[in-house]
Design a protein around this ligand. Structure first.
Ligand SMILES: *[C@@H]1O[C@H](CO)[C@@H](O)[C@H](O)[C@H]1NC(C)=O
Ligand SMILES: *[C@@H]1O[C@H](CO)[C@@H](O)[C@H](O)[C@H]1NC(C)=O
Ligand SMILES: *[C@@H]1O[C@H](CO)[C@@H](O)[C@H](O)[C@H]1NC(C)=O
Length: 429
């Protein structure tokens, strides 16, 4: 009994002592940050005290600061309501905005707000776009620590190398890029000709198809094909889709086919939904070559993301396919629970030969509907988050304006950057 109590006391003490240590690693920045931004590398969260998403991100950010403690990346946060000059300097439009800042460059983070993703991101951004690997054991380490990485093998010169380097610069925010010699690579990858550009993921590697013949190709074509290859290969076969990475997935310009299931707060999924998701994953894994060129797959655990695409409720589990260029979407006729692998093949085929019925799209009307849908959802979130505040805001004459401001600044809306700008204009009119 006594030992139990001392344990509890000890844990409580550690908790009290422990938490300020963790949070203190996040530096509290002010307007003076504008003067020191050029010194070193920074990961900064721009926040507002009243923003719920910021509060949710705070403990994660504390862990990130702790993980990056021994690196040369400094982690800070800046209260934009207190220091509007800094907020203007960095053109902060939504809360929270997370930026990586080095020298004159600043990059807005658009990935998942999880500790691992943020730490990976900061580490990636703090190094050069392409890191050189000189030992074969290092490749083993990379295979162990990264889900995906790109590797250039061969002499670091010529059009393929130059383009690879440019693509690495362009996609540094989204992927790890390395280069190594033939000797080091030979023990890990079965290439035949050099130079080779490789993507390693899920314990397999795939090649940029034109590496060794690129010197005979038009440089513009090499450029285009390497960029596009990196753009589509930077995802695993069946990633979890969130409201953050969906924008990147849509940039593949493929059909995005998504199994929609309902995850609870503990990230548990009901067994019949899990069965459906596994069926979809199994089929596409087995038939990767057949669908890889045209389709990117994934799954969603938060149905509201799917709802804001199709602008309607959808029972789970479900399957939707989105044309990433036109934003049209497709839904299978069958009840998903009855869906066989054969029916899944037919569904994908009918999309690919354009015989499936397309819904929605990126017309003005659909966009307006989407904006209204988002406002409605923000309102609901706001009400659930703080009914009293919501009531007060609506009691005020400026209530409606506040709602719009809220949905602009604090809504992680499912629209791309350009679209949200356009919608902003629409609202002003
Ligand atoms: C290569 O392609 C990328 C992406 O399409 C483009 O941004 C870049 O300007 C191109 N570079 C050259 C040298 O054409
Ligand atoms: C999307 O729709 C357009 C127009 O119908 C079509 O040209 C394109 O091939 C479709 N597929 C993808 C993946 O964008
Ligand atoms: C498209 O594919 C579906 C499913 O395989 C098939 O039933 C249909 O006949 C095809 N349509 C065309 C025009 O090829």
């Amino acid at each position: 009994m006594k030992t139990t109590w001392s344990w509890i006391l000890l844990s409580a003490l550690l908790l009290i002592l422990g938490s300020p240590v963790i949070s203190s690693r996040v530096l509290e920045l002010s307007d003076r940050f504008i003067d020191v931004r050029h010194e070193g590398q920074w990961l900064v969260m721009f926040y507002a005290p009243w923003c719920g998403y910021c509060k949710k991100t705070e403990p994660i950010f504390a862990l990130v600061a702790q993980a990056l403690h021994a690196t040369n990346v400094r982690v800070g946060r800046l209260d934009c309501t207190k220091y509007p000059a800094a907020a203007r300097e960095f053109k902060v439009r939504v809360y929270p905005t997370i930026m990586f800042i080095k020298g004159n460059m600043e990059y807005s983070y658009s990935g998942d707000r999880s500790k691992d993703e943020l730490v990976d991101y900061a580490l990636r951004m703090s190094g050069p776009p392409v890191q050189l690997v000189t030992r074969t054991e290092s490749v083993d380490m990379l295979k162990g620590s990264h889900t995906i990485f790109f590797m250039f093998v061969g002499q670091q010169e010529g059009v393929v190398w130059d383009t690879y380097y440019a693509a690495a610069e362009g996609y540094q925010e989204h992927g790890f890029f390395y280069a190594t010699s033939e000797d080091v690579a030979a023990q890990h990858f079965d290439f035949e000709k050099l130079p080779a550009v490789i993507v390693y993921k899920e314990e397999q590697h795939h090649f940029y198809p034109h590496g060794h013949i690129a010197h005979e190709m038009d440089p513009l074509e090499v450029n285009e094909t390497i960029f596009q290859w990196v753009n589509v290969e930077r995802f695993v076969l069946f990633p979890k889709i969130t409201r953050f990475n969906i924008h990147q997935l849509l940039k593949t310009k493929k059909y995005l086919v998504v199994a929609v299931v309902q995850e609870d707060k503990l990230q548990q999924i009901a067994s019949h939904e899990l069965e459906f998701r596994d069926m979809v994953e199994g089929v596409i894994r087995k038939h990767r070559p057949r669908y890889h060129d045209q389709f990117q797959f994934g799954w969603i655990g938060e149905p509201s993301i799917a709802h804001s695409i199709i602008l309607d409720q959808l029972p789970t589990p479900h399957l939707i396919a989105i044309n990433s260029t036109t934003q049209h979407h497709y839904i299978p006729d069958d009840d998903p629970m009855q869906m066989t692998p054969q029916a899944l093949h037919l569904f994908l085929e009918s999309i690919s030969n354009e015989s499936a019925t397309a819904y929605g799209g990126d017309t003005y009307f659909v966009r307006l509907n989407r904006a209204l849908f988002e406002v409605r959802r923000s309102l609901k979130d706001m009400w659930q988050g703080n009914p009293v505040l919501t009531t007060v805001i609506f009691g005020l004459p400026l209530g409606f304006l506040s709602l719009i401001m809220y949905s602009i600044f604090c809504g992680d809306c499912l629209v791309t950057e350009e679209e949200s700008e356009e919608e902003g204009h629409e609202k002003k009119e």
